[in-house]
Design a protein around this ligand. Sequence first.
Ligand code: SF4
Length: 238
Amino acid sequence: MIGIIRKVTYSERYRRANIHTARCNFRCLGCSYKLRTEEEGKALAPEEVMDALRNLNLRRVHFIGGEPTLCPDIEAIAEFCHEKLGIRTKIGHSTGWNMPPEHIDEMNITIKAYSDDLHKKYTGVSNRRVLSNFRKIYSRGVVLSASTVLIPGMIDANEIERIARFISDVDPMIPFHITGYIPVPDIPWRSPTQSEMLEAKNLAEQYLEKVSTSWFESAEDYTEMVRRNPRYQSIRVL
Ligand code: SF4
């Protein structure tokens, strides 16, 4: 599967451009993109993206998805960011299925599950390649962070603990973020309670130094947070 670039947004406050790619090779049952109504749109050419970046006052560029590493154009754009603009690059979230191209400084990998059977059930694929890439990417010197989603009845606190233990074996200083599941249509799971979030956080903190969480009771609460939080305020430039 080949990914495409579908839009570029810009946050003046953070001097950051987000390059949004479309398409993903995982089939997560609880994929939050099912909550989106936006069309994929036409693919943007890397040259037009670079032209747009050249005209912005930037400190950083983030590639977000879908799965950004499926998009072959991010390599040339990341190189352009380093060589021509002198700014940092990050893959904002990734499955870890592919190694990042050169010129990526930072990467966040979402580890859906540590137990392979659970990972297959949830995403449709084995996680062995993800876990192996996680170690390789760290060894390459990319600044790595990790995240996961707590889903009561599917990815429970004890599974979060297994993920945290795996990450700590790579480096206990790697930041780890736990998101509470936000229900998506046609899937029976519920959001975790605050005490379930706390339990997962406490278990992860037995292994890792930097554990954070985010939790919303409903998709409406999440949408409201995105509307208000300055981190998400941006304008579309392409
Ligand atoms: S990896 Fe992310 S974008 Fe891909 S299916 Fe899973 S939740 Fe959705």
